[in-house]
Design a protein around this ligand. Structure first.
Ligand code: IMP
Length: 432
């Protein structure tokens, strides 16, 4: 039995789809535990079909898997139906999708407030995806959220929407000079949407616990990444939930002692979308090289990703805060054809060298990378399926990343295709 968390070790977009490709067909459950339709990853099926998944767990593409949207996720009903519709149009069986009764809903006023707040912040904006994720989590913590279970009780639903809008409309009209939203229309729309998915609402905590007790394999799919975690990330330039592994137990409603492995997804270089500090960011032709070669454009928003060299300080930090047992190093092929490959091994802040994350955000903003340069390789590695087939310099790069990150590298991505992976340790096999 394995309950494995997959978590991005950087700022998201590390290529988690590769790991779900590797393990997805051998698990019985795939669970999303935080975030919402702000996430986005591409899954390429063996027949070459490409799917962009946002809110629904990626296990939906594998027949026979039960997919859970956990209590820690925020669900936009319209986005959910749109995604289900797209999948069904392409003949994907979506019957195995369940939604926790305690998951909160993203309402139209959350989306409206996300967008006006970003505009209001101007240069200080977070660069959110504009999907209403932050405002939905704000309402959850403020105890004025609407949950999936409220869709099963019309009078409660109406009451909650009306009472939330009493405040939200004041904010929209008086602070942001926008039009008030009509609670009756929102209620009618949500009710109509709910009729199409309320049969999926379930006590997913109980079902997961029972499945784990039966010895079934569960994949906990984190979205965003460690440095976007609201507690452990580069606050305030973060998302509003906990992608880090502790969030998996809370956001799925299972005990922390149930987790058996934490796989960190680590890109062989670094990217970030949205605002916020990024010590190894490249503003020169090398940044452009990584963006072009790595196809670094957001799946969800179409925004260009900011690119930089591999940062071992961040990886070490991710190992620590997530308890990462294994790493999946993705996109190694993007680094082929470089004379030398820089790795950031520490930071210089105000003349002092640091090996770990600075104490304050101010210092992190001022952190200058200290690089070590490894010899590059020019061979095409996209056909390699065994570690020994990699050129010696690529092997040395992987081993150095492993040493600096502090956890073993168990898989390496050498191309976008499902089969373009080198497996060094099979976690599911090891865990039986
Ligand atoms: P929000 O999650 O839409 O509130 O956006 C907050 C921050 O998280 C912004 O910097 C977004 O660009 C970033 N973000 C949200 N989702 C993703 C993702 O799936 N990949 C990478 N960055 C993300």
């Amino acid at each position: 039995m394995a309950v494995m968390v997959l978590i991005g070790a950087q700022w998201g977009d590390e290529g988690k789809g590769k790991a779900t490709d590797l393990y997805g067909e051998r698990v019985q459950w795939v669970v999303r535990y935080q975030g919402g339709n702000n996430a986005g990853h591409t899954v390429v099926l063996p027949d070459g079909q490409k799917f962009a998944i946002r809110l629904i767990p990626s296990g939906i593409l594998t027949p026979g898997i039960t997919n859970v949207i956990g209590n820690g996720v925020v669900v936009n009903p319209g986005a959910l139906l749109e995604e289900l519709g797209e999948l069904e149009k392409r003949e994907v069986d979506t019957s195995g999708l369940l939604i926790s009764a305690d998951a909160h809903l993203v309402m139209p006023y959350h989306v409206a407030i996300d967008r006006v707040t970003e505009r209001y912040l101007g240069k200080a904006k977070i660069g959110t995806t504009g999907r209403g994720i932050g405002p939905a989590y704000q309402d959850k913590v403020a105890r004025m959220g609407v949950r999936a279970q409220d869709l099963l009780d019309e009078s409660i639903l109406r009451q909650k929407i009306e009472s939330a809008l009493e405040l939200k409309n004041q904010i929209l009209v008086k602070v942001y000079n926008r039009k008030a939203l009509d609670p009756g229309k929102i209620f009618d729309d949500v009710l109509e949407q709910a009729a199409q998915f309320s049969h999926r609402i379930a006590d997913t905590r109980l079902l997961l616990d029972q499945a784990i007790s039966r010895g079934e394999h569960v994949l906990m799919e984190g979205s965003q990444g460690t440095l976007l975690d609201v507690d452990h990330g580069t606050y305030p330039f973060v998302t509003s939930s906990n992608p880090t592994s502790g969030g998996a137990a809370v956001g799925a409603g299972i005990g922390a002692t149930r987790l058996t492995a934490v796989m960190g997804i680590l890109k062989a270089y670094t990217t970030r979308v949205g605002s916020g500090p990024f010590p190894t960011e490249l503003h020169d032709e090398w940044g452009e090289y990584l963006r072009k070669t790595g196809g670094e454009v957001g799946v969800n928003t179409g925004r260009d990703r900011r690119c930089g060299w591999f940062d071992a300080v961040i990886a070490r930090y991710a190992t620590r805060v997530n308890g990462i047992t294994d790493y999946f190093l993705t996109k190694l092929d993007v680094l082929s054809s470089l004379e030398q490959v820089p790795i950031c091994v520490g930071y210089r802040v105000d003349g002092e060298q640091l090996d770990e994350m600075p104490l304050t955000q101010t210092d992190f903003h001022h952190a200058e990378p200290v690089y070590e340069y490894l010899p590059g390789w020019f061979e095409d590695i996209t056909g390699c399926r065994d570690f020994d087939e990699l050129p010696a310099n690529a092997q040395a790069y992987v081993r150095r990343v492993e040493e600096l990150s502090g956890s073993r590298i168990s898989a390496i991505g050498v191309g976008p295709g499902r089969e373009q992976t080198i497996v060094l340790h099979d976690i599911l096999e090891e865990q039986g």
